[in-house]
Design a protein around this ligand. Structure first.
Ligand SMILES: Cc1cc2nc3c(=O)[nH]c(=O)nc-3n(C[C@H](O)[C@H](O)[C@H](O)COP(=O)(O)OP(=O)(O)OC[C@H]3O[C@@H](n4cnc5c(N)ncnc54)[C@H](O)[C@@H]3O)c2cc1C
Ligand code: FES
Length: 271
């Protein structure tokens, strides 16, 4: 049989690690060579197919899944030895570390998982990394220990002050940018947070790279379901990571997305 990256391949779950009360990492029986920011389409038998960022590459592909709706609930009920279908890796637009010496990562909620491979690569390249990990409350802080072990200088923020500094990740970023020069800011998380990161980056003349989330069907650029207005750039193929030059021109960045039918919807009405 001819195997392509666009046909699902059956992979077995080798291990499952509980990260928080609602988030698990699935270590899969499949080697993969992925760049930071890339994702795979995961077929959950008899349920659905969904995109997930790659949080572990090399000998074992890993994905980290927050329980939200039908597909992710079904995944959380799966056991070691169960089978998933995987296609990918996808995404030509990945995080770019070229010529960087000192960088800042700004992670919101489960956006932290989108920056793990980037942090690993930055460490391999000897780049100095500061990271702000923001969450609404303590129990939703993800990967803080992992980030510290990898070598990042981590600041925690929570909206309710139950851990770290009380307030938004972007307030800490604003303070840091007054005293520290960064070669780039890398962000992943709620789009409203990434919109603020973009504004701060532009004010201080620092490049921003952000990973976007849109409804995905094909995952490799043919259905148009994830196209951005007005450029028509596709998040699955041209992204999911975009830089300041593209982010600043996206219509409704931080406020608007599209639902699975393609209709425009506001992020504030979706939470
Ligand atoms: C490139 C990419 C990478 C992703 N990586 C991860 C990851 O690493 N870990 C992870 O937990 N999740 C990730 N997601 C989101 C993941 O695909 C969703 O968690 C999943 O679609 C939810 O599926 P569900 O069937 O459980 O919930 P559903 O019932 O489909 O959705 C639950 C809620 O989330 C909303 N929603 C779901 N997907 C989207 C979307 N793409 N855009 C806007 N709203 C949406 C729905 O409107 C609904 O309100 C990623 C999404 C994209 C596009
Ligand atoms: S999901 Fe089909 S073009 Fe992006």
């Amino acid at each position: 049989m001819c195997e392509t990256k666009d046909s699902p391949v059956g992979v077995r779950i080798k291990d499952i690690v509980a990260e928080t009360h609602d988030t698990k990492t699935f270590i899969l029986d499949r080697a993969i060579d992925a760049k930071p920011g890339q994702f795979v389409m995961v077929w959950i038998p008899r349920i659905d197919e969904k995109p997930f960022t790659i949080t572990g590459s090399g000998k074992s592909l890993a994905i980290t899944v927050k329980e939200r709706g039908g597909a992710t609930k079904a995944m959380h009920n799966m056991k070691k030895g169960d089978i998933l279908g995987i296609r990918g890796p996808y995404g030509d637009g990945t995080y770019d570390l070229t010529k960087k010496k000192k960088i800042m990562l700004v992670c919101g909620g489960c956006g932290t998982l989108g920056l793990v491979l980037l942090l690993e690569e930055a460490m391999r390249k000897g780049i100095s990394v500061d990271a702000i990990i923001g969450a609404d409350t303590k129990k939703n802080i993800l990967f803080a220990d992992k980030f510290r072990k990898l070598g990042a200088d981590v600041i925690i923020t929570t909206d309710d002050g139950s851990a770290g500094k009380k307030g938004f990740a972007t307030s800490v970023l604003e303070e840091r940018l007054k005293i520290q020069k960064y070669d780039a800011i890398y962000t992943c998380g709620p789009e409203i947070m990434m919109q603020s990161v973009l504004k701060l980056g532009m004010m201080h003349g620092v490049e921003v790279q952000a990973s976007l989330e849109r409804w995905m069907k094909c995952g490799f650029g043919i259905c148009g379901g994830c196209a951005l207005d007005p450029s028509g750039l596709r998040v699955c193929k041209d992204g999911p990571v975009f830089k300041t030059d593209v982010l600043k021109d996206i219509e409704g960045f931080g406020t608007m997305t599209r639902d699975k039918s393609g209709a425009k919807v506001f992020w504030k009405d979706m939470c």
